[in-house]
Design a protein around this ligand. Sequence first.
Ligand code: PLP
Length: 398
Amino acid sequence: MISPSDKIKNLPPYLFGAIDVLKNRAHANKQDVIDMGMGNPDLPTPKCVVERLVDTVTKHPRTHRYPQAKGMPKFRKAICDWYDRRFGVKLDPDTEAVALIGSKEGIAHLYLAYLNQGDLVLVPNPCYPVHYNGVVLAGGAVHLMPLREENGYLPDLASIPEKVRKRAKIMILNYPNNPTGAVIEDKKYLEEVVRFAKKYDIIVVYDNAYSEVTFGDYDAPSFLQVKGGKDVGVEFGSFSKTYNMAGWRIGWAAGNSEILGVLAKYKSYLDYGVPTFVQLSGVRALELEKKDIQPTLDEYEKRFDFFVKKLSSIGWDVKKPKATMYLWAKIPPPYANMPSLEFAELLIETTGIAVAPGIGFGTYGEGFVRIAMVTHYKRFHDAFLRLKKFMKNPPSQK
Ligand SMILES: Cc1ncc(COP(=O)(O)O)c(C=O)c1O
């Protein structure tokens, strides 16, 4: 057999692949699976966005042609107008916004565009898998920054050794955070990041995929709002969660023009960008206001409120996050000493409930599971009843 590259071989097992294996096994055993594993929104895309797609595809055959790789001017302008309205950040549509086939694609390509063999990237642990795997695939090296509960799941910049700081080329950050649900409470932290990046000449990649999935009074900042943010960084945005458009594959990068120029150039050699009719649908989505996406947020909040209360009633204490649709839950007693992958396996085998094992996000995720609020509200009662039984009768102790 012809061997794949070392880059492929060096990748850790893909988290959602592992969850799929578990789900498929449960399906094969005729179990009724409640899927809280992947962060795949179950709610529909706004009707006006779907209508724009249908209308465009039907009436404008020119949109069936190859798109402009870095995004059509109308789309890039819509991104910049949105930044101005949402964050008061002024951007130049020509040079400071690029369309992406989802933010995941953009992050992976940015690494490829910047990293030579062995170049160092500062990556949080735990993290959204592409933040780490993208570096491995690009041939780079990773320095892990632990996210600890006692630090509000923020990397402790002071603890990064001087030698590492000097070598690092990129730092990736993600708030509101997947998987921990942590948020930036004080922009001073981001100011510290800017100072750090300037001093050591590091690119900051800020993944803001959940900036709009926030609850109550919490308002997530943009990295580009921070003084000097645009000098050192680019921010990745996503339609997937805000507008329930995960399957449409559209996102963006905004910020530093030099970095975005490199990304756009790299992409132009590899892909043709986002279909024009999808970009135009994205423009429609960006015209929506907070009140239009509020029903999605209210639905997540209703699910959180119900589930957090019910879990607590059976001795599984979890905290509702200020943002994201994830519960970052410590593995409960009586299973507390079980590795998260084993726990997730046991959970799906015994109850049919799929969750993401914390280890899949990195070693500091061990001891946790991530529970995504992406199934119908009615299913949460079912999930609770199954968990109640599961908590009472740990199969391993029967
Ligand atoms: C932190 C984070 N970034 C990026 C993405 C991917 O977003 P997109 O669908 O825009 O590629 C996800 C998806 O779950 C995510 O959690």
